[in-house]
Design a protein around this ligand. Sequence first.
Ligand code: FUL
Length: 436
Amino acid sequence: MVTTSADTPSAAEPLIAPTPEQLQWQRDGLGVFFHVGINTFAGKEWSDGTVPAHLFDPSDLDTDQWVRTARDLGAKYVVLTAKHHDGFCLWPTATTTYSVASSPWKGGQGDVVGDLAAACRRHGMKLGLYLSPWDRNAPQYEDPAVYDEFYLAQLRELCTNYGELFELWFDGAGSAGREYAWDRIGALIAELQPGAMVFNMGPATIRWVGNEDGLAADPCDYVTRSTDLNNYDPDVVELGEARYLPPECDVSLRRGWFWQEGEEPKSVPHLLEIHDRSLGLGANLLLNVPPNREGRIGEDDAARLVEFRAALDARFGRPVAARLESTMTPSGGRVRAHLPGVALFDHVEIAEDITAGQRVRSHRVLDSDGSVLAEGGTIGVRRLHRLPAAVEAAAVIVEVEGEGAALTAVQVHDATGAPVPALPEDFRAPTEAPID
Ligand code: FUL
């Protein structure tokens, strides 16, 4: 059911355990999004399905370079726009001629999805695919029953021919008011890719965080009764029941999702802020790094990611892990985290045991004198606190509230010398639909 009233997450939600696949996906944390397609060559964010297929002609498409770039950033998975809203397919589908098979690239014999799947296998990277439900090229789109068959056939090709998929991305843009054959889509995924995470629509197992700035909020609840449909319509999808759907924060390295002339990668301080407010709040981060018209990650983007990785390593590359001594009560408790000795630190990272569900509702980090160093709501798979000033101590205390809660790890980081980033004034992505 779709309504336009947001559902506020409640502390009284039932305890729901993640599946092993959800838990793994949450632990993996960081993914890289690749938006590439006919729009890359048309210089558009959205196109309407009429841009001729012959424009798709990358001169040096190199999926190994994409995957190496993602791997070197620390990503555990990648997601490719196999088909965006324009309907152009990056694999030689039997369902339409609007695909790479009608392009001059590799003489019409190429398969971007296949190349990326092979590169992922070579580099130990997990693969996700985005298949836009909204299709502006397929004439069948006007007839839902016919389009459902067409879409299911496309999904079957992707779920059959490219090995194990880690994530299937169903983008709600353009789909306000439209119902798809979610029962059959769910059955097909259960048959062919039962381990894949399903993004935000139909038989979803993960959800969109609700903005395209890459930012989660506190509390970062894993159990919800509703999801936001897309960035352009106010629709909220009511699920009718509480479900375990951890959020994924998506954001582009550049202003647009597709590579566009003249755009620049976000600054390292901006990327660090995104890191702390997505992964650091217990959400996943899917950072879009769009291949250019050569079919490569451009040098400026690749260099920025290397700088970002170096900045992360400078902050979090030398963690000091604590030994935990817990005194728990049924409603929460107190964990004394003993460091191996006196340490200087300015970040504290905490992880909660979420195997049976997310339990911590609020928490405080104290020093041995009882002074509050940091406080917040949820902890979840990971929670990062940036302290206002560096602290020298041999232990910290974490007080938690939440029935049956338990912590699995506390570690501290010394980012001394690494400047604390500030979020740029103009950090927000445009929320209006891109102009064709
Ligand atoms: C949006 C789409 O309309 C954008 O083009 C992009 O694919 C983004 C990830 O999702 O809703």
